[in-house]
Design a protein around this ligand. Structure first.
Ligand code: FAD
Length: 159
């Protein structure tokens, strides 16, 4: 198969959208990511996958920690900012959770310390031990499906 076929197939898996945040020497860096999964309940572990060309890669290798900020449907612009889809510099407000910057208003903020790194092909998987999290009462999630941002249509819930 070629890359396009592979991308199209993977794009059929509907996901939420996160912004991964970390901090190195006081500089906050964020990156949009949908490669995220809960790994284990005991201990509480999650995983993210970062491409070899992303500047986030070196930053997490240095900081050894990251936060996952699950976006709500009214935060598409934030996803676009941190994916480089909006080029102009924008001021983004961060809060702190367990000594990490997190996105204000994200539906869930999860702070992690890296416990293992696995290089697999052109991505690195970072297993994170969850050190703290915060669930906010907010709107439905921002979704990503077939290469486009989507929102839940509440009338089409599958029973
Ligand atoms: P940069 O390109 O340097 O930063 C990304 C953008 O964030 C820049 O525009 C920068 O100005 C802005 N930014 C960074 N920090 C701040 C700050 N403190 N304040 C304001 N703006 C800031 N890539 C993966 O590797 N893994 C994935 O799982 C993944 N999933 C994705 C899912 C979606 C829905 C999309 C749209 C993209 C995804 N990407 C993923 C691609 C990834 O988001 C982009 O390639 C991204 O540009 C790579 O970021 P970077 O770390 O190289 O940083």
């Amino acid at each position: 198969m070629d890359d396009r076929q592979f991308r199209n197939a993977m794009g059929k898996f509907a996901t939420g959208v996160n912004v991964i945040t970390t901090e190195v020497d006081g500089d906050v860096h964020g990156m949009t990511a949908n490669a995220f999964m809960s790994v284990s309940l005991d201990p509480k572990l999650v995983v993210i996958s970062i491409g070899e060309n992303a500047s986030m890669l070196e930053k997490i290798k240095k900081s050894k920690k990251y936060a996952v900020n699950i976006l709500s449907q009214d935060q598409k612009e934030l996803s676009m900012i941190f994916a480089g889809q909006i080029k102009e510099d924008r001021d983004v407000s961060f809060e702190r959770l367990a000594d990490l910057p997190v996105i204000k208003g994200a539906s869930t903020q999860i702070s992690c310390e890296v416990v293992k790194e696995h290089v697999e092909g052109d991505h690195t998987l970072f297993i994170g031990r969850v050190v703290d999290l915060q669930n906010q009462e907010c709107s439905d999630p921002l979704l990503f499906y077939k290469g486009k941002y989507r929102s839940i249509e509440r009338t089409k819930v599958v029973l």
